[in-house]
Design a protein around this ligand. Structure first.
Ligand code: DCP
Ligand code: MG
Length: 418
């Protein structure tokens, strides 16, 4: 096995091939973190987000609770009525007594925040697999390395993961926990290891060691039923599982038994595969609110260049070019223009984005974004530029300029694919 001699050098291929660098990213108390974005006064408070919950009512279930609320024993899937028994609504308690801040699920808003996080992850990964609204795997093997930094204190991969965490926090305002490991199952377990705001690195050759003391439930794919059966066999920890007789496990659990045994031994050959081609590429930039037109233009030009370069790297043509303008506090405006055919033309991305921006002259913005969408991936799709270049003249508000959304709620909805 990979760590038999206990001294394997990071970066050295293990028995399943070269050591890959896989990240698993899971946002911390995600819905509650989103609520805190638009209500910063909720930071540090026990926040409970209820599904099927209406303000003032006792129906519904807890979708998530902030870590402050979890300290009182409130957890996902609990009935709201039970949570209310533990922690009454803040409006209902006397001054100085503990109370909870209850909010209803607003999925459209959470999706818009998720899209911003995923755009950063996409930007940072060779390949990205989105698993849920707040969870994704990244293969970053080509972006960093298992080698140590010059002072030998940590791996370059750890620094890269820290950079991603910081970007998410700085650009979106929510925190993530990240696991870094040579395979997917270890990365998944590592991201959960030190929540919230955690970063856990499992270097190649140490996966088995990392798993060994953990309870079997920590191995991805083991639910309460399998855990009970394993306990009946005297298997309590992932270490016990790794040392168990593989054939016995296969007899008892079939192919899954083999898979769990392999994972506990640090072996998982699954590849991070995207769930389909991306639908758009976007870049955003947040800054201190300003109405300075030339600053807005400089930012949009820079973002347009980055987005066009990204599409170029991915071999994608685009037929729609759009911008996003966020005005304080959280008003999201998006505008887009469709072209007659798919192109790959950085100068055009910039000129269309700048022309869409003219509508917002004089407005104070705190964030700008540029997006290309309606992607196609076959080079032969490219339309002849001559056939329609007239349609993108400098006229900013011609008919082909389609407002794809208006403000607030509707705007947030449209962000799901921004
Ligand atoms: N969710 C839900 N119902 C559940 C579990 C989760 O609606 N039973 C929603 C709310 C969560 C989001 O999915 O915010 C992400 O799920 P996670 O399991 O990742 O939980 P959190 O992100 O809330 O917390 P953690 O910090 O433990 O990841
Ligand atoms: Mg989460």
């Amino acid at each position: 096995m990979a760590n038999r001699d206990g001294a394997r050098l990071p970066g050295v291929p293990d028995e399943d091939g070269p050591a890959r660098i896989i990240l698993h990213v899971d946002m911390d108390c995600f819905y509650a973190a989103c609520e805190r974005l638009r209500e910063p006064e909720l930071v540090g408070k026990p926040v409970i987000v209820g599904m099927g919950y209406e303000p003032g009512e006792t129906i519904g279930a807890v979708a998530t609770a902030s870590y402050e609320a979890r300290a009182f024993g409130i957890e996902s899937a609990q009935a709201i009525s039970k949570a209310l028994d533990t922690l009454p609504r803040i409006e209902a308690v006397a001054d100085g007594e503990a109370g909870g801040y209850y909010r209803s699920v607003d999925l459209d808003f959470y999706k818009s925040v998720s899209a911003e996080v995923k755009a950063i992850l996409r930007d940072c990964a060779d390949t990205l697999r989105e698993v849920s609204i707040d969870e994704a795997y990244l293969d970053v093997t080509e972006r960093t390395a298992w080698d140590k930094t010059a002072d030998g204190s940590r791996t370059l991969a750890e620094g890269y993961a820290r950079y991603i965490k910081q970007r998410i926090e700085r650009e979106v305002g929510v925190t993530a926990s990240i696991g870094v490991a040579p395979n997917m199952s270890a990365a998944k377990v590592a991201s959960d290891f030190d929540k919230p705001d955690g970063l856990t690195v499992v270097e190649p050759g140490t996966v088995r060691e990392f798993f060994a003391p953990l309870s079997i439930e920590a191995v991805h794919g083991i639910g309460p039923v399998t855990a009970r059966s394993l306990r009946d066999l005297g298997i309590e920890t992932a270490g016990d599982l790794a040392a168990a007789d593989r054939d016995d496990l296969v007899d008892q659990f079939g192919e899954r038994g083999r898979e769990l045994y392999e994972r506990a031994n640090g072996r998982d050959t699954r590849v991070v595969e995207p769930v389909g081609k991306p639908k758009s590429f976007s870049r955003e930039s947040a800054f201190p609110p300003t109405a300075d037109v030339s600053e807005h233009q400089t930012t949009v030009s820079r973002l347009a260049e980055a987005v066009a370069a990204r599409a170029d790297r991915e071999g994608a043509l685009y037929q729609t070019i759009g911008i996003k303008v966020v005005t304080p506090p959280f008003d999201v405006h998006t505008r887009a223009r469709s072209l007659p055919g798919p192109v790959q033309d950085p100068a055009l991305v910039e000129s269309v984005a700048l022309s869409l921006l003219t509508e917002f002259e004089g407005e104070t913005a705190r964030k700008l974004g540029v997006r290309v969408s309606k992607l196609s991936f076959a080079a032969e799709d490219q339309a002849s530029l001559d056939s329609w270049s007239g349609a993108t003249s400098s006229e900013p508000r011609e008919k082909s300029s389609q407002p794809v959304s208006e403000q607030s709620r509707e705007g947030q909805q449209s962000l799901t694919d921004f």
